[in-house]
Design a protein around this ligand. Structure first.
Ligand SMILES: [Zn+2]
Length: 410
């Protein structure tokens, strides 16, 4: 009898552990920062971030959409589940886009909830998360045209044969590992992640994606709408929990999140929870409520994420996405107006291939000007002062993509 009671207590305890969301990011960062190489990189990255963050708060300088190449790694996945897992990864990427671009259906709840939080505005980020489809690392079993989803691939095996959450082979991607995590932890991520290090956002196999799941990868209510990944990617984009280190005097570095010292859970009525004398913004993706009850970032959080992205965007591997001609055209803009001595061009990052070129033709169809485009830059300026005023056709070629535009040079 005694044994049964103990078992019952253990069962209740484990249910309550699972009912409370738990994120391992703080603990993970404590461990990572003990490594002096990681710490030096982290400090340098945070310093660059801080400069960009201050810049962004001073000006509204707008750049082209940031395209983020994503790779998803289902550790211990079965090859026979590949199609199902690929669909799960695609769905999760769609959820990230909807949450960060503020196009998810649940966001409509903010219209009423916001009355509880005067002065706080919801924010979005001009990003496109996309599963990479080209130039995959060798030895991963993926071929050209496959989406970057690995199944049963051993991520980050070190010289001692131990696996880590870091794989230099996969530098340049936003990597998401999905595996079984112990202790009720639903996920963790490097705070202010750097793609060049091959570090990954790590998700529990019961808190990734949405829907009915594939084998052991099975989204479990109430964390079954893919929002735990939105939360962990938030850490990767340098967002802290709103309660920061858990005291009223600690700060998450975002000016428009209410100052609080504790997380919320379940599905609280907006405005019903007060910490440190402030109404807790419980529906924020960086809090601990159920997936169905989190649906917004603040503008301040998105400015912070954009500042971090601006400092790491050049680390994303280029030319890993197939781009259809529509996306290519839409991602391209001419910024000079009028066009005088220079042509200022803007493209989404990761769109140009290494051999991208531009050419100008006169109305008689003669090529009068040529220049290489730098595929690593999303904005570039080309000196065209040698050309006389008049009407020209601009042609840009990049891999198999091509576009033409009429230009009037003054
Ligand atoms: Zn967290």
């Amino acid at each position: 009898m005694k044994q049964k009671i103990t078992l019952l207590i253990v069962a209740i305890f484990s249910i309550s552990l699972y009912a409370q969301r738990s994120c391992g990011t703080e603990e993970y960062m404590k461990q990572k920062l003990q490594d002096p190489v990681f710490k030096a990189q982290y400090d340098a990255s945070q310093e660059a971030f801080q400069r960009e963050y201050e810049n962004l708060q001073r000006s509204n300088f707008k750049r082209a959409t940031i395209v983020i190449p994503v790779a998803v790694h289902f550790i211990n996945g079965n090859a026979s589940d590949r199609t199902c897992l690929e669909n799960m990864a695609k769905q999760q990427v769609d959820i990230l886009n909807a949450d960060y671009r503020q196009t998810n259906a649940d966001f409509s709840n903010w219209a009423t909830a916001s009355a509880q939080y005067p002065g706080i505005n919801a924010g979005s980020l001009d990003v496109q998360f996309r599963l990479a489809t080209k130039n995959h690392p060798t030895g991963t079993g993926l071929t050209e045209g496959n989406i970057a989803v690995t199944v049963g691939y051993i991520y980050g095996q070190n010289n001692q044969g131990q696996t880590t959450d870091s794989d230099p082979k996969w530098a340049g991607y936003l990597n998401i590992i999905v595996k079984n995590l112990d202790g009720g932890v639903l996920g963790y991520a490097p705070l202010g992640g750097n793609p060049s290090s091959g570090d990954a956002v790590v998700m529990d196999d019961q808190a990734f994606g949405a829907g009915s799941g594939c084998g052991i990868f099975s989204p479990n209510s109430p964390y079954n709408l893919g929002r735990t990944t939105t939360h962990e990617v938030g850490h990767y984009l340098n967002l802290d929990h709103p309660w920061a280190s858990g005291s009223c005097s600690s700060d998450d570095g975002v000016s428009d999140t209410p100052n609080i010292d504790s997380s919320a859970s379940g599905c609280p009525t907006p405005g019903s929870i007060v910490f440190c004398g402030n109404k807790s913004l419980t529906m924020n993706y960086m809090d601990y409520v159920d997936d169905a009850c989190m649906y917004m970032f603040t503008q301040g959080q998105m400015t912070r994420s954009l500042a971090h992205l601006n400092t790491i965007r050049s680390q994303f591997k280029t030319n890993v996405l197939s781009v259809d001609s529509n996306v290519f055209e839409q991602s391209f803009a001419i910024l000079s107006n009028p066009i005088e001595n220079e042509l200022r061009l803007s493209t989404a990052n990761n769109i140009l291939s290494e051999n991208a070129k531009m050419q100008l033709f006169d109305l008689a169809g003669r090529s009068v000007f040529k220049a290489d485009l730098n595929h690593r830059l999303s904005r570039q300026t080309i000196d065209i002062s040698a050309l006389k005023g008049g009407l020209y056709i601009l042609k840009v070629t990049s891999g198999s993509n091509e576009l033409s535009k009429k230009l009037i040079i003054q």
